[in-house]
Design a protein around this ligand. Sequence first.
Ligand SMILES: Nc1ncnc2c1ncn2[C@@H]1O[C@H](COP(=O)(O)OP(=O)(O)OP(=O)(O)O)[C@@H](O)[C@H]1O
Length: 316
Amino acid sequence: MASSLPAQSVDESADDPRRAAKAAAKPAAPSRNSAEDVIHRKVTRKPEDAESLERVSEEQESASRSASGSTVTVRGGTVRFGEKIVLESLELSIRSGEFLVVVGRSGCGKSTLLRLIAGLEKPVSGSVSFDGKPSSGLRSDVRIMFQDARLLPWKSVLDNVRIGVPDGDRDKALEALQLVGLAERASEWPSVLSGGQRQRVALARALASSPRLLLLDEPLGALDALTRIEMQQLIERLWRERGFTAVLVTHDVSEAVALADRVILVEQGGITLDTDIALSRPREHDSGFAHYEKLILDRVLTTRTDTGGTDGSYTI
Ligand SMILES: Nc1ncnc2c1ncn2[C@@H]1O[C@H](COP(=O)(O)OP(=O)(O)OP(=O)(O)O)[C@@H](O)[C@H]1O
């Protein structure tokens, strides 16, 4: 296996005025202490106009998000299966409340990275830390969602969600089902739900315990285009409201740009592209959006031929 490439941070603000302007307008994801600072400033500061009011509200949202999500650090993470080294000395820092999207060619190690963070894969060397503290094995504040909803067919929708709640608390499970708009289907069997509805139940189960980190391993990969967009919007809304840190693996570059604060490309055991997506939310499919799609695709396509989807999306 080729040796890993060093993590490469692509800073385009120098030659892209739109991005530079966005970056200047966007408050940096604050640390826990600076989150308190923002709240303090919010109470003491008098906004002079609508723009500063909006800015305060953005800062407030960012502060509250930061307080609810985990920071995750992978240092020198190496994972191998037999002789095959899949991740090699990988370095990654994820900010609290950040929405990170992982892209890369099939088999490059995206799911392995997610499993490493989840504690499902043990590194042969290196470490994973949460909020600055080394961690190994499964954690109660981390939840993972897969392409397959993995619902138990012999349990009702509500009982499936209760699996994700400490002590199986019924009210908390119902509350989670409400979040995804499926409370009225609580007593039904998973088999009568559509694929999209099953994924919403899986999302409710994942969020029912209010995790600080949500890992999403291509959860929308099997859905039709419209359901996929609805699910993207639901995930984005819940992420914004609840403030957890999110890491999504996807093959869909459009989905990556729609959801990410930041996109990384995994290649040859390491991270070979690491770029912020400096677009406001909700994202419009405008020239800024196209700019990032092209940036990511161009980088990926230096090593692979693309496949353009009939709906204008691209997969890698
Ligand atoms: N448990 C395992 N035992 C042996 N090899 C494994 C195991 N899990 C993953 N691999 C191998 O590690 C490599 C990376 O797998 P991984 O599932 O992380 O890739 P991926 O980028 O998520 O792929 P895809 O996009 O196709 O889902 C592949 O070559 C895969 O065959």
